[in-house]
Design a protein around this ligand. Structure first.
Ligand code: UDP
Length: 458
């Protein structure tokens, strides 16, 4: 049921799309590229040489061009630290991006816009050097961007907040009152990850030079904070960037992001799920990047076993050694899965999630209620939104204990709160579909962007 076209030619608008090279940033920008392609725009997706080598992208409607991040042989994990990766990526990546733009132009291409991840603000400086319009793409919730912006502006003073007693609360425009621990981890505990803290607080210095600002959320999900941000920036809200087959079904065969940095145990997962009763499975994942402490891993492992439910738990290879030695899983443990297919499976009744923003949007888009176990970065604030604002689940106490996890799972799978969360999740699912369908808020914003791309000068 492909309603939209994707025929492009050399006079079609051409947009270069540049995600930060991690799974949680690549996924939304790939989906945005697919949407643009369906509306007659030619997208070129930039990835790193290492990712292009190790995770080739099969979708023929999007051209992939690799640039160097300075770690061509081993990628991010071969850097000595996040700080060294971020710094080298900036130095090497900006030169490599400039070379790519020159190459594209020398080959006779026009480049009408560079849509860059808000984590690589330097890409806008490169775009401007070549007279190309830039669009800053935020992959995190507007609620979270709002908080980071106030840190950037000095309204939230990080050392003061860190030193503040835990009872301090924070009140920012269009957000509910937040406890300190409900802010992103970099706000209440900036010490351990200075490189990431620097990136998230510094997404804004050149944003006034961006012709567009995009956000992967949808209007009704974050209406108040979106309205507030629109007073400052030309914000286009284009999410949820979940493959079309799970939402409006207008993009033919679009049922997967398509670039998986880890290999999914797909057949095993689906075979296992197919044998489970409707709504009986708890799906558990902590995303592509985060690392659990050994004690947390142990509590979660025993909690899942003790909860006596069917569970499917993603434990990445690098995390497996933290499983308790004597642990024999009652459920299925896989190293990676196709999360969307799992969440969409009728056997799944609950998502125990770290609350990465993609996972949050995916669970909402598929109507699955959650038990939230946020770890760090924006996850603490996303968990607040999932429980208190969107009403789709409950937060476990952190650090989570096995007893609390058993209680949370029971509450969502069998309790009154679970019934309410499920109802709300279905409501959000319908609103997410509405947003990306013809005439919906996200669809309108994408159309508006396409209409603003400069026509080709003959
Ligand atoms: N994901 C997946 N398989 C898994 C676990 C996660 O495909 O086994 C995908 C998930 O659908 C999401 C992304 O990886 O799109 C993770 O992004 P998120 O923002 O949730 O968390 P992050 O990995 O950035 O912490």
């Amino acid at each position: 049921m492909a309603e939209e076209h994707n025929k492009t030619n050399n006079s079609s608008p051409h947009v270069v799309i540049f995600p930060f090279p991690s799974q949680g940033h690549i996924n939304p920008l790939i989906q945005f590229a697919k949407r643009l392609s369906s509306k007659g725009v030619k997208p070129t997706l930039i990835t790193t040489i290492y990712i292009a080598k190790t995770s080739p992208y099969p979708n023929s409607s999007i051209v992939v061009e690799p640039i160097s991040d300075g770690f061509d042989d081993g990628g991010f994990k071969s850097a000595t630290s996040a700080e060294s990766y971020i710094d080298t990526f900036h130095q090497v990546g900006s030169k490599s991006l400039a070379n790519l733009i020159r190459k594209l132009v020398n080959e006779g291409n026009h480049v009408d816009a560079i849509i860059y991840d808000s984590f690589v603000t330097w890409a806008l400086d490169v775009a401007m050097e070549y007279g190309i319009d830039g669009g800053c793409f935020f992959t995190q919730a507007c609620a979270v961007n709002n908080i980071y912006y106030h840190v950037y502006k000095g309204v939230l003073e990080i050392p003061l907040q860190a030193a503040a007693p835990p009872t301090v609360t924070i009140l920012l425009p269009e957000l509910p009152q937040l406890q300190l621990w409900e802010t992103p981890s970099f706000v209440h505990n900036p010490g351990p990850y200075p490189g990431w803290a620097h990136i998230v607080f510094n997404q804004f210095p050149n944003i006034h030079n961006a012709r567009w600002v995009f956000s992967n959320t949808f209007f009704k999900l974050e209406e108040q904070v979106i309205k507030w941000m629109r007073l400052m920036w030309p914000l286009m809200v284009v999410g949820p960037t979940v493959p079309s087959m799970y939402l409006d079904k207008r993009l033919e065969d679009d049922d997967d992001y398509g670039m998986s940095l880890l290999k999914p145990n797909h057949i095993e997962c689906m075979g296992w799920l197919n044998n489970k009763p409707k709504g009986s499975v708890v799906y558990v994942s902590f995303g592509s990047y985060g690392e659990l402490g050994v004690a947390q891993m142990e509590e979660i492992a025993w909690g899942l076993n003790e909860s006596s439910v069917n569970y499917l738990w993603v434990v990445r290879e690098t995390e497996k050694e933290k499983l308790p030695k004597s642990f024999l899983a009652n459920g299925l443990i896989v190293e990676w899965c196709r999360q969307l297919e799992v969440l969409a499976h009728e056997a799944v009744g609950c998502f125990v999630t770290h609350c990465g923003f993609n996972s949050s949007l995916e669970t909402i888009s598929l109507g699955v209620p959650v038990v939230a176990i946020p770890q760090w970065t924006d996850q603490t604030t996303n968990a607040k939104c999932l429980e208190d604002i969107w009403g789709v689940g409950i937060r476990a106490k952190t650090p989570v204990t096995r007893t609390n996890l058993v209680w949370c799972i029971k509450e969502i799978m069998e309790g009154e709160r679970g019934a309410v969360a499920r109802k709300n999740a279905i409501k959000w699912k319908d609103l997410a579909i509405e947003a990306v369908s013809p005439g919906g808020s996200s669809d309108k914003d994408i159309n508006e962007f396409v209409s603003q791309l400069s026509p080709i000068k003959c």
